[in-house]
Design a protein. Structure first.
Length: 485
């Protein structure tokens, strides 16, 4: 399903600033949907001026939906929904006096203009399914009152509020998690059962209604070292500023989001959404601990591989046979190429590494080892991006061998240029190693070669990849192709 930004760009003449505003609105309009017990559809004015296109849709979590089908992308011609036309033209909320019947479902329809900078940029159609209509409870009345104020703020260009433009941390509270209604003085006039349960996890004894939320929250943090409620945070909990915070009493962690209600620049108090995220934060901490453990394992593997390389290097200095010494030196380089991948895994919090950084470190390592007696320039180009360790390790081993072969055999102890380029596609990454050396011998066949280095290069085939060698006008070209999945 396309995003609201996709629809704005494809079908409207709205500006980039309008697009950002609408994206922020859609990121927060679950509040209006859940408080209204209603479906919302965002109708955007088409570039041709002949109607509207549905840019986004949301269904309530607090009531049955009116729309079984997805509406995003649907066209609405002028005159087909007079309420939407009227709200867009007048900039005022429009509603039907009588319910409509959609098939066998009675619904109430309302059109809310979305205003930014004094201009109507879209219309929200709010549709309430009345099939389960009954006398509303106290909770439902509080919800509907807050929804009415929020709708007025949207029509005045006062929502979304500036603090809502930043992405919320995982575990952001929603209406059903717990809701507290504050009056203009910051006094609690209503607290849903879920909100009461959440505050009791903090240690509350008694009721929230009739108390100052800021003062009550401060009283639940009597010990120094716990979350301190500074004056700024107290102002937030009094309903004065939009903000999302977390309260950690040591017993529980609450995610708290404050939405001031100030239609017409007149304070009507605020709604405070509350969610108990104690278990969620405990799991986050466990994941952080596991990530740290995995990074430590990669660090130790890297250290162990470097120890093995050092032992092989010491052994090579004691060997008199030149062939044996060369074999041990090559082993040092091969172990080092694997250590490079684990070194980078130890520096990241996931199992992906920057393949371009790996290639840069490998070219530096091979250049240091292999170019002591002649000048070889190694050039890097292209972008491969981040790949999994399962891709990076065989690519690192193969490229190391190809670089070594290009320097030792292709250039044969003389100066030259070796180029390493990388290309990332949708499904695979390709690394090309070119040299301007002597080229491949006549009749060369990589599959028939008994070279250990070339046998190691074909390790990429275990990942479903492929290696090809071909002659250039001057030198040799090697392709390493590895699928990303």
């Amino acid at each position: 399903m396309p995003s609201v930004a996709d629809v704005v760009r494809a079908a409207t003449s709205l500006t980039a600033a309008d697009q950002d505003w609408l994206t922020a609105l859609v990121g927060q309009w679950h509040l209006l949907s859940d408080l209204s017990f209603a479906d919302l559809i965002l109708w955007l004015p088409r570039a041709d001026g002949a109607g509207f296109v549905a840019g986004a849709q949301i269904r309530p979590t607090t009531a049955p939906t009116s729309y079984a089908e997805d509406m995003v992308g649907r066209q609405l011609e002028l005159g087909h929904r007079p309420l939407v036309d009227a709200a867009f033209e007048s900039g005022r909320i429009r509603r039907d006096s009588d319910p409509e019947w959609w098939d066998t479902i009675p619904v109430r329809v309302e059109a809310i203009p979305v205003v930014r900078g004094g201009r109507v940029v879209a219309v929200i159609a709010r549709t309430t399914n009345l099939v389960a209509a009954r006398t509303p409870s106290r909770l439902e009345l509080v919800y509907l009152d807050a929804a009415g104020l929020l709708a007025r703020m949207i029509a005045e260009g006062r929502f979304p509020q500036s603090a809502d433009l930043s992405p919320a941390r995982r575990g952001a509270p929603r209406v059903g998690d717990g809701l507290v209604r504050l009056d203009a003085s910051g006094t609690v006039t209503f607290a849903s059962p879920n909100a009461m349960s959440a505050y009791r996890r903090l240690g509350l004894v008694g009721d929230l209604v009739g108390t100052s939320l800021a003062a009550t929250t401060r009283a639940l943090h009597p010990e120094p070292g716990l979350v301190a409620l500074d004056e700024g945070l107290e102002a937030v909990l009094a309903g004065g500023r939009p903000r999302q915070v977390e309260l950690d009493s040591g017993l529980a962690v609450l995610a708290v989001r404050v939405i001031p209600l100030d239609p017409g620049s007149t304070s009507e108090g605020a709604i405070v959404l509350v969610r108990d995220v104690t278990e969620l934060r405990r799991r986050d901490q466990e994941l952080l601990s596991k990530d740290a453990t995995i990074r430590e394992i990669h660090h130790r593997v890297k250290n162990n591989l470097q120890t093995v390389a050092s032992l092989l290097r010491l052994q090579s200095r004691r060997v008199q046979d030149p062939a044996a010494r060369a074999a041990l030196t090559e082993s040092v380089r091969r172990v080092g190429s694997i250590a490079v991948v684990h070194e980078m895994l130890a520096e990241t919090s996931d199992e992906d590494v920057d393949l371009d950084d790996v290639l840069a470190r490998l070219t530096s390592m091979v250049s240091d080892v292999a170019t002591s007696d002649h000048l070889v320039e190694i050039r890097r180009s292209g972008r491969a991006g981040r790949v999994s360790a399962a891709v990076a390790t065989p690519v690192a081993m193969a490229v190391t061998e190809l670089l070594q072969n290009a320097i030792q055999h292709g250039l044969q102890g003389r100066s030259g240029v070796v180029s390493v380029s990388s290309v990332r596609g949708d499904d695979a990454v390709t690394v090309t190693v070119d040299d301007d050396g002597r080229g491949l011998p006549a009749g060369f066949d990589v599959d028939a070669s008994d070279s250990l280095g070339l046998r190691i290069v074909t390790v990429v085939q275990d990942r479903g990849g492929a290696v090809t060698l071909s002659a250039r006008a001057s030198g040799t070209r090697a392709h390493v192709w590895v699928p990303l999945r």
